[in-house]
Ligand binder design. Structure first.
Ligand code: FRU
Length: 484
């Protein structure tokens, strides 16, 4: 693993020429994705500023240009007509003011009238490396984002330095704009801070902490909170840090959700039941809900395939990270249903006949008819190894293991995970790109997302049980042009 000095990690990008060679180098990697957003160079982490504006979808990702390392963060901009075909647009926001001298950290986007605004955290550090997080905004003017002269507000005194990731929204019933900010109390407990205003560009007032009934002081810091009404229910998602949770191995980074009712008068969220994991995979974090979606009976979400403080094999090649396929979220009988974005089917090439050792397809639809089901993807020619998915009828769960794969990474947080199912296993829809796997279980009742790095020898599969399998290859939908 490469050791980075502070100076290397926080180097400012002066010209695109400085990283052109990196783009050319990583283009050779067998793990570059074909239908997932990935970093143009270096590292991509949280999705930011996800919005529908002026007939187009915009998304940004936390970007560190120099390599697979968390250092000076930029917002890199991608756009799409349909959430399926994406192209690179270049840098959205760069750290070029005193308020964000050590990075433009995560945030959201919001349309004000016909204008697109980005709301982000300016990560300031002084010469003693003391951090001040500023909540800032920028406006899209003639294709470029112009930062407002001054931040909207600074940090509150009686919380730790961790106050960041503004999610902006408007509540019609209250008639006000809101910002939800992930935060940590002075005694290192997690929370979210609520601000409101009549005008999204000024007069923001701190209203109090978001109270989630039963989860007062839960975990260490609530990163990347998002809140949205879906039909008659409210969906709250965030990524609580520094806590081990049941069934998640040794990981201390999770992405969870609550469904319930939000009371804006008392700033209390009443969950119908306990939190659930937004995804049961190894690498899923910092999911964000899109703003300004066409109808309010669903949400659209995208997430980082990756985790903070983790290391992946492509680090050697000086890049890492990817976004998930965007997902459509609905709530049925109090349960969250997640589906891959409608229209992804248009990427399908002809249906494949599988014979066990063909190159693995990119999409598999498996309808399970019996009580026994075992699947191994990426086995070797002799049938050994592979990424296994086993159904346990008695505990009604799936066990997923990457233990038998050749490439091992992040072993300390565990290589085997258990996914509890709500109903018997009926179907799996699996998407495999060059370095990721996403599984939609029982039509989206639960999901599993991970990186996966098969070698040249790991190209087979093995499947057992009573099932109907359909498979397709998908064509490339994300352009990897060097636009910086
Ligand atoms: C989550 C996070 C955010 C922060 C950003 C910095 O992964 O830590 O809280 O704004 O990453 O890149």
């Amino acid at each position: 693993m490469r050791k980075w000095t502070l100076e290397e990690r926080y180097k400012t990008l002066e010209s695109s020429e400085q990283i052109k060679y990196l783009h050319e180098k990583i283009a050779q990697s067998p793990y570059r994705q074909l239908f997932h957003i990935q970093p143009v160079t270096g590292l991509s982490s949280d999705p930011n500023g996800f919005i529908f504006h002026n007939g187009k979808w915009h998304l940004f990702y936390q970007w560190c240009p120099w390599g697979a390392v968390h250092g000076l963060k930029y917002w890199y901009h991608v756009s799409s007509p349909d959430l399926i075909f994406w192209k690179n647009e270049g840098i959205g926001l760069k750290p070029d003011t005193i308020y964000d001298n050590k990075g433009v950290h995560s945030g959201s986007a919001f349309n004000i009238g016909n204008d697109l605004y980005l709301f982000y955290t300016g990560n300031h550090r002084d010469e003693n490396w003391i951090r001040t997080p500023w909540t800032c905004a920028a406006k899209l003017v003639n294709g470029k984002f112009q930062k407002l002269d001054k931040p909207l507000f600074g940090p509150l005194k009686n919380y730790s330095e961790h106050q960041r990731d503004p999610k902006v929204f408007y509540n019609e019933k209250i008639g006000k704009y809101f910002i939800l900010l992930g935060a940590q109390t002075e005694d290192k407990k997690g929370t979210a801070l609520v601000y409101s205003s009549d005008n999204p560009l000024e007069n923001w007032e701190f209203k109090g902490e978001l109270k989630v009934k039963g989860y007062e002081n839960f975990a260490g810091m609530w990163e990347c909170p998002s809140l949205q009404k879906i039909g008659e229910d409210d969906l709250l998602i965030f990524s609580p840090q520094y806590i081990k949770l049941d069934g998640r191995g040794n990981s201390t980074n999770h992405n969870i959700y609550f469904i319930g009712k939000m009371d804006y008068d008392t700033l209390t969220f009443y969950p119908y039941k306990d939190f659930e994991f937004l995804d049961y995979g190894f690498d899923f974090y910092a999911a964000q809900l899109a703003s300004n979606i066409p109808n309010n009976d669903r949400a659209i979400m995208i997430s980082w395939i990756g985790l903070p403080d983790n290391h992946y094999p492509t680090e050697e090649e000086d890049w890492e990270g990817s976004m998930t396929i965007p997902r459509e979220l609905t709530i049925k009988n109090g349960n969250l249903i997640q589906k891959p974005i409608t229209g992804i089917e248009k990427l399908r090439e002809k249906k494949l006949e599988l014979d066990g050792i063909l190159t693995i397809p990119s999409e598999l639809q498996i309808d399970i008819l019996g009580e026994k089901f075992n699947l191994k993807l990426f086995t070797k020619q002799d049938g050994t190894g592979g990424f296994s998915i086993n159904y346990n009828k008695s505990s009604n769960s799936l066990t997923v293991s990457k233990k038998e794969m050749t490439n091992h990474y992040n072993e300390e947080i565990g290589e085997v995970l258990e996914i509890p199912l709500k109903k018997n296993l009926k179907s799996l829809r699996i998407f495999l790109d060059k370095s990721s796997i996403e599984i939609f279980i029982n039509n989206g009742e639960s999901t599993f997302t991970s990186h996966i790095y098969p070698t040249d020898e790991e190209i087979g599969y093995d499947i057992n049980g009573d099932f109907v399998l359909t498979a397709w290859n998908l064509r490339t939908s994300v352009k990897d042009d060097f636009i910086v």
